[in-house]
Ligand binder design. Structure first.
Ligand SMILES: [Ca+2]
Ligand SMILES: [Ca+2]
Length: 457
């Protein structure tokens, strides 16, 4: 498998020029808003919270016993198909799918709510709603202010959910919230994705489980091409093929927080990637991704947890990485001519527990990158099988890190990576403005502990 993977990487390079440098977006300020009176809270919400503040004016029902010709969408006389319900839906409608197995292959253009009156597509609140099969279980083009929640999607041949801008890049899809979805067993042999997002701005993927999408080390659990201003939080992403999360095609300003990644594919996080020039949004961008932030996630048994690939500035901080099984970090460039070299990545306040026998190298650096612009600091590295480990080989010197001291996870075998006050990771971090809440949404101390969990006792 590893031989095939290396071969695959060697064959991947897509080399195309770009001209226009994007506008500056460095130093973007986020406003963190904890709920009053609690010690826990949410980070900044790129959707502005429209889904939490919405009130719905009408319910529209879909059930297998319904009828698209004679139904009227009432609970007593429902429609048969989600397609029909979306055809008649207006802002403020809540479309409710019965707790049955509905057929996939649903496509609709211009499903548009408003900030004050979004359109919701929801499964039965009691659970049991499934959308099965189709090329895509659901595809929406140029949707706006839509909430999709509480649905299991499975067995599509292409993608589970496909959200796009209809190929008209200057009018992206925008303001979409995905929550409590279970998307699994999508595609079989190649580039098939759980969630395929192309030209989507202002979105939130919250508390979803996505597993087993694509095949042959291709396909993503979540694939973003030219997406901007999103948050991916609290999801359980496992058994990927190509990767768990890919952010490419000039994807920008994505906050990846509190997710659990297990056996997530060839590259758990592809921070950047390899995109054909025709698909960049905006056109002419000279980066695959920029301003990505990866905070307080847990990575278990991943081939290559963190891959910076043609990425201009990504912060990877306060993550817990357990038993990586080939590399810890990769710095790569797959779009080359006319593109900035992969640069300015930061890897700070992380805990990495590993077996040297599993690793090829700690940090794999490919050609056409700028590894000397990276920052490594305040990480804890602990080898389980090499007691004499004295620190990883990295492209630039690491500062203020801790080597070969057991972080003292509560119960790593059971997936519990909490640490106690006696841990060498406790309070060993540096304060970062984009690091506020841990995996449990507890506030990080100042200075913070390392890893995805602040000390809780
Ligand atoms: Ca469009
Ligand atoms: Ca894909």
């Amino acid at each position: 498998m590893r031989i095939h993977f290396r071969l695959c990487v060697a064959l991947l390079a897509a080399v195309l020029p770009a001209l226009i440098a994007g506008c500056s977006s460095g130093g973007k300020k986020r406003t963190f808003i904890p709920p009053a009176g609690t010690s826990t809270g949410f980070t900044w919400d790129p959707t502005g919270g429209f889904a939490d503040n919405a009130t719905y004016l009408r319910e529209v029902y879909v059930a297998l016993a319904g009828n698209d010709s004679t139904g009227n969408g009432s609970q007593a006389n429902p429609y048969f198909s989600l397609t029909k319900a979306l055809t008649v839906a207006v802002p403020g409608d809540k479309v409710i799918l019965s707790a049955e197995v509905h057929s996939g292959g649903i496509y609709r253009q211009d499903v548009k709510g408003t900030a004050g009156a979004p359109i919701m597509i929801t499964g039965d609140p009691g659970g049991g709603t499934v959308i099965d099969g189709g090329t895509n279980c659901i595809q929406l083009s140029d949707a706006e202010y839509v909430v999709i929640q509480d649905i299991e999607m499975r067995n599509a041949t292409g993608n589970g959910l496909n959200i796009d801008d209809g190929g008209t890049f200057d009018t992206p899809a925008h303001h979409i919230v995905f929550r409590r979805l279970f998307i699994h067993d999508i595609g079989s042999d190649g580039n098939q994705d759980g969630m395929k997002l192309s030209g989507l701005d202002y979105f939130l993927i919250d508390n979803c489980e996505i597993a087993r999408c694509g095949g042959n080390m291709s396909g993503s659990l979540i694939d973003m091409v030219g997406c901007h201003h999103g948050q991916i939080r609290g999801n359980n992403l496992h058994e990927g093929s190509g990767n768990a999360v890919q952010a490419k095609g000039a994807t920008e300003d994505i906050y990846i927080w509190r997710n659990r990644f297990e056996a997530a594919g060839a590259r758990a996080l592809n921070l950047g990637g390899s995109t054909g020039l025709a698909y960049f949004r905006p056109q002419g961008a000279d980066y695959e991704a920029r301003n990505l932030t990866v905070v307080a996630n847990v990575f278990i048994s991943c081939e290559a947890p963190i891959c910076y690939v043609g990425c201009d500035g990504a912060l990877v901080a306060n993550n817990t990485i357990y038993l990586p099984n080939h590399w810890v970090i990769r710095i790569l460039q797959e779009t080359v001519t006319g593109f900035i070299p992969c640069r300015n990545g930061k890897f700070i306040n992380n805990i990495i527990v590993f077996n040297n026998a599993d690793l090829s190298t700690y940090c794999n650096v490919g050609p056409d990158t700028a590894p000397d612009t990276f920052t490594f600091s305040n990480n804890l590295w602990f080898s389980l099988d090499s007691p004499g480990f004295t620190g990883p080989t990295l492209p630039v010197a690491e500062t203020d890190s801790i080597y070969q001291q057991d972080p003292g996870f509560a119960n790593a075998g059971a997936g519990d990576f909490h640490i106690g006050s006696g841990s060498p990771a406790a309070g060993a971090g540096i304060t970062l403005s984009d690091v506020k809440y841990d995996f449990d949404q507890a506030v990080y101390a100042s200075p913070p502990s390392l890893g995805a969990f602040e000390v809780t006792n």
